[in-house]
Design a protein around this ligand. Sequence first.
Ligand code: ADP
Length: 878
Amino acid sequence: MQTHLSMINSDFLLKIFKETPFPALVLLPDAPHFTIVDINLAFLKTKNRNQKDLICKSVFEVFPEANQYKNEAGISDLFNSLQTVVASRVADKMPVQKFENKTENSEKYYIESENIPILNDFGEIEYILHTSVNVTEKENAVRQFRSTEKKLLAAQQIAKIGYWKLDIPKNKLFWSEEVYNIFGINKDDFKLNYELFFQTIHPEDKEAFIKARSAAIAGEKEMDFEFRVNQPNGVQKWIHEKGKLVKNEKGEPVIFEGTVQDVTEAKLLKLSLEESNQRYHYVTKATFDAIYDWDLITDECYWGSGFQKSFGYDLKTLLSDKNFWETHVHSEDHDNVVNEINKAVKGTAKNWLNEYRFQKADGSYVFVLDRGILIRDKKGKAIRMVGAIQDITEKKNLQQLLDKANRLARIGSWEIDVGSATVYWSDMVKEIRETGPDFIPTLREGITHFKEGYSKDTIIARVKDAVKYGTPWQEDLQIYTHKGNLKWMRTIGKAEIVNGKCIKIYGSFQDIDESKKAELKILKLYEEKNTILESIGDAFFTLDKNWIVGYWNKEAEKMLMTPKSKIVGKYLWDVFSQSVGSISFKKYHESFETNERVVFEDFYHTLEKWFEISVYPSENGLSVYFKDITERKLSQIQLNELHENLQKTAHNLAVSNAGLEQFAYIASHDLQEPLRMVTGFLTQLEKKYSNIIDEKGKQYIYFAVDGAKRMRQIILDLLQFSRVGRFEGLTEEVDTNKVVEDIVSLHKKKIEKTKAIIHFDKLPFVHTFKSPLTQVIENLLSNALKYQKPGQQPVIKIAAEKLTSHWQFSVQDNGIGIDPEYYERIFIIFQRLHHKEEYSGTGIGLAIVKKIVEGMGGGIWVESKKGEGSTFFFTIKR
Ligand code: ADP
């Protein structure tokens, strides 16, 4: 049965296959070989191969060998495609393959291949038809288009141009990526519509924008408009928008499209240029600087109004060439200035600067500073010079004055160019460093002469810091001059930083040797004074006129229990607030007001201390000295108390003494009266009744009278004793030799009787009360005569010895002596060691002596040996 509906027979079909211009292969589906069973002529032609080389071979065997499928991907693409076809029995198009034709100038070409299954009547694959079409042209066109599109996008991005389009019938707006970028809007967050966009326009530009847009949409005028938008991040941009209306064949507007461009930079530049032009305009009008604009090509010159204002020239008469200027430069400066200008013009400099003398219209000369800017073309040739000439006469004079002042102050200047390491020293620096005027300084020279140690280390560190961090410095350092003299210098340095790099260090150098030495001397004095102030036992502090504490020494810290850190620099009454209104508070104010020294004592309750405070006013405030007198004060108080007590006791004593004396006086009188009566009547009794009274009776009467006599004596003694110690009259120079002589003559009888020997020699003159002293010596001498062994010749020695504050007298005898047991007792009133029959006496003598001696500020004591004699010592004040 004929299954083919074709009217062409199969041989003819084969012929067509062979002849068709599309390269084709017939393969068996015998994976993985895919054997070639037929090839058409077009294929053989394109591959330039013979049929017999290919037939019956695996397609992979043939083509890799021929190096047709250059890359692995090509082979695997073919293999994958054939496999797909076998599995699916559907035709499969392979990806376009790129080839390079080795023979024809390695031209690139692109092949698109398709594998088509040829099924038998059972639907099984009998053959696979592999066709290849050269798609180079098409591929090139696509590639070309893609790259142009890319370039266009990039160009838009670079030019900051965005494209927009409004479909009028649909009212649909489109923005290209760049439009979003220009308006600073995130595409994903923004639902594109005209209203939202309109809001971003600067309020001042909204009205004009609407006008321009409406006119464009109405077809009156294409849109070409500049306006400002505010980006959501607050940045303002200048936008240049162009828009054009597109109409359809019927003349209806269908599309409104155009571009937006970010012109911010250019616009700002333009604005600032306008501004600076305006400023320039005003400056030329306002300034006294004479501005000129010299065209170097035409040699024409423009002279600003400053030439009129500053130098008095009439602008209308000035010719526009440089001759006017040249002829008015001072003849002495002329050649130099013209030379310099020519050099600058021919060279590469951008700026020119010079100082010279310039003639005014009235013929006088002034100093000017001429600053020019050279404008050059692309080749570097100077085409124009714009500049300003400034009258600096005044400045110059000032500079000269300053120079003079600097000379006087011995200040010089220096400069280090960091890049070239060149160093400049002014003449003054050279003078200070004693180098001589022709000395050429170097960086090393600048530093090596600083004194080793602190000075050198410091200057090196300062220079390094200036270069590294731009830190300025000021230091007083020591340096050896070139003549070897060590001097104090003040060096001040500053760094000039350009683009974060130090290019120059400059500064001044001042000879401060004399003042520094004076300062150091003062400092030393001050330190010495300080050490003194610190080491004195007194607390010391100073106050300024505002009660701020300036100085507070160690002792003050201790005494007032306040460390320096807590008080220096503080308001005194803040720290000692509890003392406001105290005695100290008032006295300080007093010293301030009267400007006089004030000394006072004050008790500080918080410290429980007494202070003696001396306040000295000075020009700057007060100096205050504190002495802790707590101990002295306390003992003084105790002493006062004691004194008061003593006074009371003395008073009481005086009262009682007076009473006693009165009593003694009365007693002696009143007692004597009955005694006299007793004695008188007894004497009468003895006289009248002597014949009646027997011997025994007469003896009794004698005893009674004797008793009464002794009683009277006791009373008299008592009266005398009570009066002792009241020294009346004046003290006098007493010759003790004379006193002793008088006493000896008083006891003449007894002395002669006992043949007593009395020694005394060169006794002193004593300033004292005479009679009490006489009484003392008399008592001691009479005792010495009295207390002798019966029949013994008394030997008595009276002597005196000079002690530091006293005279020490001694009365020595060779008498009976005294038992040490009684050394004290014998000085007590009425104390006797003997019976009246043995040695007469009342026992009052030594008590009186003791009272007198002690009353005159002296003392009395005895040294004795029983049976050998006694020595009585007494002292009286010199
Ligand atoms: P009076 O001589 O009246 O007894 P004094 O007061 O003079 O009293 O002496 C007190 C006592 O001291 C005497 O009784 C005597 O015992 C003793 N005495 C005084 N002087 C001497 C002396 N020179 N030698 C020995 N004993 C003395």
